[in-house]
Design a protein around this ligand. Sequence first.
Ligand code: PLP
Length: 393
Amino acid sequence: MSERHYLDYNATAPLRPQVRAAMLDALESGGANPSSVHAEGRHARALIEKARHSICEFVAGDADGLIFTSSGTEACNLALQTHLAPAGKIGRILVSAIEHPAILQTAATSELPVLQLGVDSSGQIDLTALDSALQDPTPALVAIMAANNETGAIQPIAEIGKMVRAHGSVFLCDGVQALGKMPLNMQTMHIDMLALSAHKIGGAAGSGALLIAPHIEIKPLIYGGGQELRRRAGTENLLGIVGFGAAIECAAQDLLTIDALAVLRDKMEAQLEKEMNRQKLAPLHFFARDIERLPNTSCFAIAGLSSETLVMALDLEGIAVSAGAACSSGKVTASHVLTAMGVADDLVQGAIRVSLGWDSKPADIDNLVACLTAFVVRQNQTYKDSQLIKAAE
Ligand code: PLP
């Protein structure tokens, strides 16, 4: 393959070399069953506990409260099984309108009533609506993500956690996209349950975790053996978990210099705007740009151009980005996130997401800016030519 520029970290971050090395080590050491009492089993158990410790330490979680899962999606599904809040039996679910399908679709299968909370035009949750929903004395399970996967919009998590706790409800935070890109702290943010995933930070897909506070009772999704303190049966995914632990250690280091990613992202946005203006091309519409957002994410649309066309054109130039709402089937559907923000339909259809990460370089964004501008120029010329032909006919 010719030189590629991967700018789709929010879909999956490339496997980090340190993760690959740790996983290979675990594989070569035999990969025994961590429940076995022999030396090989004890070694596997030690590797799992080391990863558990690293993850808990990074998000200030309780070591007895970490349940390894197969994905962030499974972690969200498991969390939505919780039935007891400090104020009593959970009788309803509150979700933000911009949650990932792992929350929205799962909540929709619950027998409990589900109330969706809206967001403003920047993609931030309406705290007044949350406050008034919390006045209902029925304890709620409140699911609000730390940061959005499409726009990068960050929610005021500590404030939300405080409000939810004050009403004796339970706060589930989907931290899948936020992990490693902003600080996440279960204690100071008052998070009762935190869903995480390894492949968004350079671990391997197939490994996730749900962290729960000591007062949370969880009903398992999977029954069988006594693994994960009887909360998730099945022999642990040793390699995936080891990779997750190694990825967390790298992400913790990267977080110290994460502002550099925001500098790169902001430079890309500024260069794109400059080029579009210079060539007198259609204006760019950036989403969630006026609020706090993840340092690695940029979501924007160019009026009149569909996201499918843009994603394919860039792919042909060696650049990997996503449509704003590329779903797991690979189809592009109208983004429920942008729709909830009140974005006009034609822009929703044209949104693309550029997301950077641990291996992003200035050359990646320079190529993106050059190729995108050249493509829009070509599209404009084609449009002008077709108008001339029409006029001549
Ligand atoms: N939550 C958010 C915000 C996500 O972005 C994703 C994946 O895109 C998930 C949950 C699901 O994580 P996983 O891919 O590990 O199932």
